[in-house]
Design a protein around this ligand. Structure first.
Ligand SMILES: Cc1cc2nc3c(=O)[nH]c(=O)nc-3n(C[C@H](O)[C@H](O)[C@H](O)COP(=O)(O)O)c2cc1C
Length: 202
């Protein structure tokens, strides 16, 4: 089992996969790691669609501007947010946190009011706020996958609406990213990273 630091150092975006299947037990483990992610008010808005059939994987690759390696992965996770559940979850989650004394009543009220205000906003305005929660769950999956020698690649260059159409989802389901998963058939060198000096704001 890798330490968190080892996993972060080992991880690469993988764009070439072996055809070996990924066992359902491992997929369960990856979903378990997603469940453990933190979220605002513990609303847990993440939802995942597991795609293993070739026809749907091909369609997904097309929605991602024909990034064909996506279809070559044995599994593609479509990582989404459920918007209305997020709004309800924020209210009930804030109330729960208030009850156990983790949040002041004043903060619970602010959170509940801001959740109500979200209902008035368009999907385009709400989605980026919710996406932060889903991104954490996705990165849990990405790092946990390394314990099974699996590789992944975040995919954001995709047409969110076309993906919703493939599955017949309405606008309440916001697609945050595609995540192809499989055994790597390449060992990419590490990509460059900015120094600590460069990422500190003055
Ligand atoms: C939010 C996000 C979106 C990304 N979208 C794509 C994508 O659409 N296609 C792709 O090939 N890689 C994509 N990547 C992978 C990045 O190119 C990659 O993380 C970056 O070049 C650093 O390389 P590394 O992940 O191997 O360290 C994405 C990564 C992130 C975090």
């Amino acid at each position: 089992m890798l330490t968190t630091k080892e996993a972060m150092e080992k991880r690469r975006s993988i764009r070439k996969f072996k055809s070996d299947p990924v066992s359902p037990l491992i997929i369960q483990e990856l979903l378990e790691s997603a469940r453990m992610a933190p979220s605002g008010c513990n609303a847990q808005p993440w939802r995942f669609k597991i795609v293993e059939d070739n026809e749907t994987k091909e369609k997904l690759a097309q929605t991602a501007y024909n990034q064909s390696f996506i279809a070559q992965a044995p599994v593609v996770m479509v990582c989404c947010a459920d918007i209305s559940d997020y709004i309800q979850g924020t209210v009930s989650g804030a109330q729960d946190l208030g009850k156990i004394g983790a949040l002041e009543d004043r903060i619970v009220k602010i959170l509940c009011n801001s959740a109500e205000e979200l209902k008035e906003l368009s999907v385009e305005d709400i989605a980026p706020r919710i996406a932060a929660n889903v991104a954490i769950a996705i990165e849990h999956i990405v790092l946990r996958a390394l314990d099974f020698d699996l590789g992944t690649c975040w995919i954001r260059l995709m047409d969110e609406e076309k993906i919703r159409n493939i599955f017949g989802w309405d606008k309440n389901i916001y697609v945050v990213a595609l995540l192809p998963i499989g055994y790597p058939d390449e060992s990419p060198n590490p990509r460059g990273r900015r120094s600590i000096d460069e990422i500190l704001l003055k």
